[in-house]
Design a protein around this ligand. Structure first.
Ligand code: 5GP
Length: 144
């Protein structure tokens, strides 16, 4: 069965073009990163390419190489900024794989010993909490 086409009206496409707001931690010519509004842990960041791709299945491999370098950079910054013990990095593909927004993205989720992950897409976080975490992570990215 052919992969579904990229839907240009998805919510991340609207964030990328500035039509919808986000708590942005990083942006360059390849990628943007912002806070997940329903975080599975404090400091949960999403990293996505600026070019359209539904998920990893239709993504351009050359772009993926550049994108994963950004994922690493932001992962290092999240760990440093929030003194995390570790990180969980997730990437879902298609509804059966758990994907709910159909623009490719990687989840960077800081982890601390004995702190359970919260459920996926369950509870919205307060804007002021997201903003405080965003500021810490954005500052750490400038040091990486
Ligand atoms: P997926 O299930 O597609 O891998 O993950 C989509 C993620 O996007 C979820 O973790 C969800 O909390 C987050 N999300 C959904 N809508 C928005 C939004 O409007 N803004 C932001 N920043 N995150 C969103």
């Amino acid at each position: 069965m052919p992969a579904p086409a990229y839907d240009e009206t998805n919510i991340f496409a609207k964030i990328l073009c500035g039509e919808l707001p986000c708590h942005k931690v990083y942006e360059d010519d390849v990628a943007m990163a912002f806070m997940d509004v329903m975080p599975q842990a404090d400091g949960h960041v999403l990293v996505l390419p600026k070019s359209p791709a539904r998920n990893i299945l239709d993504a351009d491999p050359a772009m993926l190489g550049k994108l994963i370098a950004r994922v690493q950079k932001i992962a290092l910054a999240v760990k440093e900024a929030l003194a995390a013990d570790g990180l969980t990095i997730l990437q879902y593909n298609e509804p059966a794989g758990g994907q709910t927004v159909f623009h490719l993205h990687f989840h960077i989720i800081p982890r601390w010993e004995d702190v359970e992950l919260r459920p996926h897409t369950r509870a919205p976080e307060k804007a002021e909490v997201l903003e405080a975490l965003r500021a810490k992570i954005a500052a750490a990215i400038t040091q990486i």
